[in-house]
Design a protein around this ligand. Sequence first.
Ligand SMILES: Nc1ncnc2c1ncn2[C@@H]1O[C@@H]2COP(=O)(O)O[C@H]2[C@H]1O
Length: 322
Amino acid sequence: MAVSKSGGTLRDLQLALQLKIEELRQRDALIDELELELDAKDDLIRQLQVELDKHRGASQREDTTSAGESEVQTQAASAEPQRTKRQAISAEPTALDPSQLTDVPLTSYCKSKESCELIQRALMNNDYMKHLEDRQILTIVDCMYPTSVAKGCCVIQEGDVGSTVYVLEEGTVEVTKQGKKVCTMGPGKVFGELAVLYNCTRTASVTALTDIKLWGIDRHGFQTIMMRTGLIKHSQYTDFLRSIPSFQSLTEDVVSKVADVLEETFYRDGEYIIRQGATGDTFFIISEGQVKVSQQLSASEEEVTEKTLCKGNWFGEQALIG
Ligand SMILES: Nc1ncnc2c1ncn2[C@@H]1O[C@@H]2COP(=O)(O)O[C@H]2[C@H]1O
């Protein structure tokens, strides 16, 4: 059941949509400008750091009498507080060309049922991966390859460029940040996901406390799975939008932009989608089922059914118009 003040024509809708798209373009342009500014400032900091190091080195060489040069430099380096690298989260997640993704072969690796279940559970219990779709999780499980690391070895080095997401199958690892222990992890845990998901450098070091067995997937495979599913979804949404008679006059570009921002939501039979009087911020298109539009004219009166909407009908358009 839902309450909606229906109003606004398709023309209004198109106009509102185009305004939103333009607004988004302008924001993107502003973000690009600010990022360039930030990069320039980073360059300046790097240059100043080099100058500073040169001056420090020179004054320390003058001060040194008995100690050898390399020792002094080692001391100077360790006394110097390390500047924490900015964890850049890139808006550009991949260098892959989306149009060629269907041709990119994904390699699957044989694994036992127990290993498949362990990886699947690990992904579903990880805060950053649990929102992935079932088919994405199953493909990741399929594409993970086995690897092992000996006790005491570093699996991930903080600050490095990361390219692999791991699931621990056997053994224990320790996570440290700037030399301080953060936690230990045992079988069934995911690590190394942050650098791959956010395109940033490794946020911590991970060291094997015992001999360990791992499953890994590299950035390329991971991003191919993410984008391939995204493309399939985009094409399904585009087909759906094109099948709605009222949307058939929209240009390809607009249909594609709407498909970009569509999200599937499910409601149980009888559940309210919008309540009368609530602030609306979502525009809905029905892909399955029926929606009842009702209105209560006064507090003392019963709700009156205005109409019933079905597949292809939309509501909540006032939210787009603003
Ligand atoms: N505070 C933390 N607690 C547990 N794990 C962490 C923490 N910080 C980082 N990690 C993990 O350590 C990994 C280091 O590489 P990533 O940054 O790719 O992903 C990181 C996480 O998987």
